[in-house]
Design a protein around this ligand. Structure first.
Ligand code: 13P
Ligand code: SF4
Length: 318
């Protein structure tokens, strides 16, 4: 009789699968004992994404799923701001992050004091803030957004000018999609800022049929070369809908690895860039997090209340 298919069949080589499967079995047992769920961003490694995660998605989907789950414990397979967002939206739940060092260059580029100073410089201009920020920065903002809903959020404010923080490239892309004047901050994603339009033009010259899908955290010359611009969930949707022959996903490397299984007809062409923070989560440290209930993510109650107002304003727009 053939062995039952496991979540890692065809995802990792057999030799790795035999090492990982007992760890995944421990994780499943611990999830039942703790009434826990593992939420995974599209950029975590395939063994975590396909093997350990219960719920998967982009930043917006993770925020919504974290708020809706009735589990007592959320393990965030992603980065710190995602775990903070889950805690802010579900203060009664225990939120764990397997490695506290999983940060984000965008979140580190701005503080709450920076936002307050910008407000003084631009009185009356509302602040729309990317979720890739600390709770303190969200708390100083009017509304948050993700790359899935950034344009919708900016337009929902019904104003002529908006402060859009902290990613200067996402801000400049949003500015091309709306008549609202966008005032940007100087942050950037250390992964997406490394791509160049020249690099992509070279790839297209070699293969004129190549479809280029880029994340809006990329610089403008990259987005000008792209056929499609969108968040990680938009990339997944577009691939399922259009089934391209050859594609380059101009984003974090695990994105292509994680969608490859559902896109057997598509060849994924590199380059890609690795996010060191997203690689901090492993199946081993997810197991440890559930065994030891560490590292718990806590947010100061007053900061959380203000940050929640900005997150709820985003969720009301959708
Ligand atoms: P999305 O998954 O929302 O597109 O975000 C990408 C990202 O860089 C998250 O850190
Ligand atoms: Fe932050 Fe960029 Fe890594 Fe996303 S990919 S966590 S934006 S550094």
């Amino acid at each position: 009789m053939a062995a039952a298919a496991g979540p890692l069949d065809g995802v990792v080589p057999d030799v790795e699968r035999h090492v990982l499967e007992p760890i995944l079995a421990d994780i499943e047992r611990l999830k039942r004992e703790r009434n826990a769920v593992v939420l995974a961003h599209n950029y975590v490694t395939p063994d975590v994404f396909h093997g350990a995660a219960d719920l998967r998605g982009d930043s917006l989907q993770l925020a919504k799923m974290g708020a809706e789950t009735d589990a007592d414990v959320i393990v965030m397979a992603g980065v710190h701001f995602m775990a903070e967002t889950a805690k802010i939206l579900s203060p009664e739940k225990t939120v764990l992050i397997p490695d506290l060092r999983a940060g984000c260059s965008l979140a580190e580029s701005i503080t709450g004091d920076d936002v307050r100073r910008l407000r003084e410089q631009h009185p009356g201009v509302p602040v729309a803030t990317y979720v890739n920020t600390s709770a303190e920065v969200k708390a100083a903002s009017d509304i948050t957004c993700t790359s899935s809903n950034a344009v919708r959020i900016v337009e929902s404010l019904g104003v002529d000018r908006v402060l859009f923080l902290p990613d200067r490239y996402l801000a400049s892309w949003v500015a091309t999609q709306t008549d609202v004047e966008v005032i940007a901050w100087d942050g950037a994603c250390e992964v997406h800022e490394r791509f160049s339009g020249e690099q992509l033009a070279g790839l297209r010259e070699d293969d004129p049929d190549l479809v280029i899908i880029a994340h809006p955290e990329c610089p403008p010359d990259v987005l000008e070369e792209a056929d499609v611009v969108g968040s990680t969930s938009h990339m997944t949707w577009w691939l399922a809908e259009h089934k391209p022959r050859r594609v380059v996903l101009v984003t974090e490397c695990s994105m292509a690895d994680n969608v490859a299984q559902e896109s057997p007809e598509t060849q994924f062409v590199r380059p890609c860039n690795m996010c060191p923070h997203m690689k901090r989560t492993t199946v081993q440290n997810i197991r440890t997090a559930l065994e030891t209930m560490t590292h718990e993510v806590l947010v100061d109650e007053r900061v959380a209340a203000d940050a929640r107002r900005a997150l709820d304003a985003m969720l009301a727009v959708g």
